[in-house]
Design a protein around this ligand. Structure first.
Ligand SMILES: [Zn+2]
Length: 150
């Protein structure tokens, strides 16, 4: 499947598999057919997010991460990015990451996790758990600390 291939109306395979860190370190973000299938579903969920945010452009910072890429970015071993279930993104024309996260946490019917990460982007996970967890991640003495919000 070509990287320019659309997964949905507004999301491409290229953006859902791009990693600035991987590119810089020359690590290939290898996808499997199973991950590819999941990315279509995740892109579809992201269309729902985009519509809810008033059809404003979304910039995907990180989607799927192979084991090597996840290691390179210091991601959690159990990260939903590993299976293509999670997306880190911003939507500046809607608002700050905190505003986007808060809005989605209230209005999005189904999700597993929404995390405001380091005041820089929103992490959304569509894992099968659908726990509707809303968290904030901060760095404290070099460690990532999560706290619950509402
Ligand atoms: Zn994330």
């Amino acid at each position: 499947m070509a990287p320019t291939q659309r997964l949905s109306a507004h999301f491409t395979l290229a953006e859902m598999t791009h990693s600035a860190t991987a590119a810089r370190k020359g690590i290939a973000n290898v996808i499997t057919p199973e991950v590819e299938r999941q990315l279509f579903l995740t892109a579809d969920r992201m269309e729902g997010v985009r519509a809810l945010l008033g059809d404003k452009p979304i910039s995907v910072l990180s989607g799927y991460r192979s084991e090597a890429v996840n290691k390179a970015v210091g991601g959690s071993k159990t990260s939903a990015h590993r299976t293509g279930h999670a997306v880190d993104f911003i939507c500046p024309s809607f608002g700050t990451p905190a505003q986007v996260a808060r809005y989605l946490a209230v209005h999005l019917k189904s999700y597993d996790q929404i995390i405001e990460e380091f005041d820089q982007w929103v992490h959304i996970g569509f894992g099968p758990g659908a726990r509707r967890q809303y968290l904030k991640a901060r760095k404290l003495a070099g460690r990532t600390v999560y706290s619950g919000i509402g």
